[in-house]
Design a protein around this ligand. Structure first.
Ligand code: TYD
Length: 200
């Protein structure tokens, strides 16, 4: 099964993706976006560098290039070998960040994601829902430094959160919302329940 974890910066999805992958067993493949391939890691560096100027469409196409490579090189082969795949972000990140928050349009970005991935969408997308303000407080507490997106402030994160809500209401068949404001153990249990519900 192909599962993606989504949420605003500081929602805890990286921790939860790792815990989920561990719980599903050692055959499970855990990947992060952007990255996961040589090309993807280079593109990631470019995207994370706040000094590099990028038009929203250029930004989107870089994310999509990284994803296209990841799908072709890593995700599809793993799925064909029958492995579970857990992805720390996937196409819904582009829809929420570039489509909704950057204003490129959710529908248009969704279509471009479909093109870039050859029509691959997660069987389950777990949306970790948390107020962007609380997520930002957590990141401060962890001493995490801001990158291109985190540095752009609350307004952007709020629009990202709204974008995710739109994705959840448009695709109830594959998106499950989990409250990410509680402690990590409880979030993990809720993530596992969402997986079990889809597998049943
Ligand atoms: P992420 O790996 O979650 O950052 P970190 O390693 O700091 O937790 O993602 C990097 C940033 O890229 C994050 O702010 C979300 C953003 N992003 C997009 O804007 N569009 C996308 O398609 C993806 C995958 C990420």
């Amino acid at each position: 099964m192909f599962i993606a974890l989504e949420g605003v910066d500081g929602s805890g999805k990286t921790t939860q993706a790792a815990r989920l992958a561990e719980a599903l067993g050692e055959e499970t493949l855990l990947v992060r976006e952007p990255g996961g391939t040589v090309a993807g890691e280079r593109i990631r560096e470019l995207l994370k560098d706040g000094e590099v100027r990028l038009d929203p469409m250029a930004e989107l196409l870089l994310f999509l290039a990284a994803r296209a490579q990841l799908v072709a090189e890593v995700i599809r082969p793993a799925m064909e070998a029958g492995r579970d795949v857990v992805c720390d972000r996937f196409s819904d990140s582009s829809v929420a960040y570039q489509g909704s928050a950057r204003g490129l349009g959710a529908e248009r970005v969704e279509e471009l994601c479909d093109l870039a991935t050859g029509g691959l969408w997660p069987g389950l997308t777990v949306l970790l829902r948390i107020h962007p303000e609380l997520a930002a407080e957590r990141m401060d507490a962890q001493g995490r430094t801001a990158d291109r997106f985190e540095g752009e402030g609350m307004e952007l994160q709020r629009r990202v959160a709204e974008g995710y809500e739109e994705v959840a209401s448009l695709h109830p068949e594959r998106v499950r919302v989990v409250d990410a404001s509680v402690d990590p153990d409880r979030v993990h249990l809720a993530v596992m329940a969402a997986v079990a519900a889809v597998r049943a």
